[in-house]
Design a protein around this ligand. Sequence first.
Ligand SMILES: C[S@@+](CC[C@H](N)C(=O)[O-])C[C@H]1O[C@@H](n2cnc3c(N)ncnc32)[C@H](O)[C@@H]1O
Length: 245
Amino acid sequence: MTRGRKRTGWTLPFLYFPPTWVLVACLSPGPTRTVAGDNAEVPHYFDTEQQTPSQPRQIRLRLRDLEVPLASDAGVFAHARVDAGTRFLLRRAPSPPPQGDILDLGCGYGPIAIAVGLRAPLARVWGVDVNARARELAAANATAAGAGNVVIAAPHDVPDELRFAAIYSNPPVRIGLVQLHPLLTRWLGRLHEGGAAYLVVHRHLGSDSLARWLRGEGFATDRLASHDGYRILRVQPRTAVGDDR
Ligand SMILES: C[S@@+](CC[C@H](N)C(=O)[O-])C[C@H]1O[C@@H](n2cnc3c(N)ncnc32)[C@H](O)[C@@H]1O
């Protein structure tokens, strides 16, 4: 009589209090590539060469102090409209230093690099991305916007000796922590003394644990602003771990 109900006592607690491995699997930032059902690899916006067929479109970045038309395309991040996190970063992060080298790590089609370049015309702004299609768009967008101080480059084309007065970035969190952590330490390690990085990361993509991890790595990190789950993390140059100065 009770045959069909026998397992209920186990199923309900499982649904309400899933075991740790289920939580870990759900919350993990995931692998860098996904394999589709037919075994074809799903393209990502952070692939170096895009296989996704081109679908050019025009979008606009609208901020209080500037409005910039941007060419976008399939196969790049936020191709249909400027990302909400990116807009939040550009509205709320402090103004860029007036001169020196500034980095946009993961520039996509260029909204951050171009806005920063227009706001700091005497600075040189490096927009760096692994995605070749994104770099082409960003370079054309910078030229069209009259931001002649924006240099778009592949990561290995940025001279090693350059140090940055500031970094503004909507970083590629979806590449997975295994790749994100060394990427961040590599570029944040190139901040000038007295400089700062401003990273926008959504709470659902691990902004708070990322802030803790950065602190543990010796980068003083605080939350500058928060809106709709997006956090702007302010990261200062590294001090030796355990250095209390
Ligand atoms: C979240 S998107 C932000 C794009 C753009 N800044 C924006 O706000 O629309 C992150 C970008 O980082 C790029 N990226 C991924 N891995 C990278 C790496 N190792 N070095 C530089 N850029 C990378 C991706 O191709 C992507 O364009």
